[in-house]
Design a protein around this ligand. Structure first.
Ligand SMILES: Cc1cc2nc3c(=O)[nH]c(=O)nc-3n(C[C@H](O)[C@H](O)[C@H](O)COP(=O)(O)OP(=O)(O)OC[C@H]3O[C@@H](n4cnc5c(N)ncnc54)[C@H](O)[C@@H]3O)c2cc1C
Length: 380
């Protein structure tokens, strides 16, 4: 068994780390405060090829693996989680399903635009009445000529305000059981009847806009259908396997930033005549944080590696997300504790990291839902 990254992966990781350190970390507080990403950052993501990492080269992408994507996402999220989730959603929730389920024409139309960053992507599954129970969605897609008319409301759509392409899940067959009558559609932002609605004021990842998307008699042609009719829920679930690896990578990245902040602060802060890092109670926290994060990273890399081999990885992706998001939140909590009162103010980045960490246990399936996926697989 070989745990080392290839030379190319080390170069990729170092490039992403250097970019995150130089460009993202110094801007992260501003992204949070202003509730938007610096447009210059999006331009840099385009230039570095981070918006088409796993898209094949023939469509203008980097032709890289899911493991490569995971390595990059960890580093970007170490610098700025709002930027990190934008890249994760775009790559895992939008580029990948088009690559896996799209027709040749859909790939030729969308992948070059997505890979170059000309168009950002968003994923529209959640609705006011369907979150964890995603198959209960109520958005309808009704046949109209050879196309479809979409009506409904999607909520908490990451990158909603910036996206040019939305993957919308809608019910095409109300007469069959919930998960069986859903289809996926590629809907361009300028499509009549699609409206980007209100932006949520969030606890963390405030630089990443999460919007309501309204679909009112939104007419799309037959070319908008992604994959087979009534088989869209499989598209959604397969997509979420990859998405969960992305969010697990994000969690390891945010958690690592929390650990790093704790290392720096504990060596600087003196109490009882010595740096607080001398106290065993603090050292144990640091050791536990590092151990949980390392273990999580290994689960994340295993899940990505399985996905690259085309093997089933639903359970492993859920385990990676569960373990990584828990490690991340534990690291955020302990790091804030090590910062004492200062950690509870905006004088130190841990205050933002603590807020950013929290979402990793919620989106792309809560920790409870990850446990459900894992237990179902164990009991099958
Ligand atoms: C910032 C942000 C960004 C998001 N981005 C997107 C996006 O881009 N696209 C998108 O489609 N969605 C997105 N979401 C939605 C996200 O995926 C959902 O919030 C998440 O899946 C949980 O759904 P819910 O919020 O409706 O919680 P609910 O499903 O209402 O769950 C509430 C609580 O009940 C628990 N629960 C529910 N069912 C069970 C069960 N069977 N067993 C045990 N416990 C259960 C949950 O774990 C949770 O603790 C985003 C959400 C947020 C907050």
């Amino acid at each position: 068994m070989d745990f080392t990254l290839s030379d190319e992966q080390v170069l990729l990781r170092d490039m992403a780390r250097d970019f995150a350190e130089r460009e993202l970390k110094p801007r992260a507080a501003r992204h949070d405060r202003e509730e938007r990403l610096d447009p210059a950052v999006i331009e840099q993501l385009k230039d570095l090829g981070f918006l088409g990492l796993t898209v094949p080269e023939k469509y203008g992408g980097g032709g890289m693996s899911n493991l490569d994507l995971s390595i990059v996402l960890e580093e970007l999220n170490r610098g700025c989680a709002s930027t990190g989730v934008t890249v994760s959603v775009h790559n895992s929730l939008v580029c990948t399903p088009i690559l896996k389920f799209g027709s040749d024409a859909q790939k030729a139309l969308w992948l070059p635009k997505l890979a170059s960053g000309q168009v950002l992507g968003a994923y529209c599954l959640t609705e006011p009445g369907s979150g964890s129970d995603a198959a209960a969605l109520a958005t309808r897609a009704e046949r109209a000529g050879d196309g479809w008319v979409l009506s409904g409301t999607k909520i908490w759509v990451t990158t909603g305000a910036l996206a040019g392409l939305f993957i919308v899940y809608a019910r095409t067959n109300p007469s069959v059981s919930k998960a069986k009558g859903i289809s996926a559609f590629l809907v361009a932002k300028e499509t009549k009847g699609l409206r980007v609605g209100k932006k949520e004021l969030k606890c963390g990842i405030r630089g990443s806009p999460a919007n309501e998307i309204e679909l009112e008699n939104c007419r799309v042609g037959p070319e908008a259908l992604l994959g087979q009719v009534d088989r869209g829920f499989q598209v959604a679930l397969d997509t979420l396997d990859g998405g969960r690896i992305g969010i697990a990578s994000q969690a390891v990245g945010i958690g690592t930033a929390c650990l790093e902040a704790a290392l720096v602060y504990s060596k600087q802060r003196a109490q009882f005549g010595q740096p607080i890092s001398n106290f065993q109670a603090v050292q144990w926290k640091l050791a536990d944080m590092a151990t949980r994060l390392d273990a999580a990273r290994m689960l994340v890399h295993r899940a990505a590696w399985l996905r690259d081999r085309g093997e089933p990885c639903g359970k492993q992706a859920a385990q990676a997300k569960l373990a990584a998001s828990q490690a991340c939140n534990m690291a955020a909590d302990e790091s804030l504790q090590i910062h004492g009162g200062a950690g509870y103010t905006d004088h130190f980045e841990i205050e933002r990291l603590f807020r950013d960490a929290r979402i990793t246990e919620i989106y792309e399936g809560t920790s409870e839902i990850q446990r459900l996926v894992i237990a179902r697989s164990l009991l099958a």
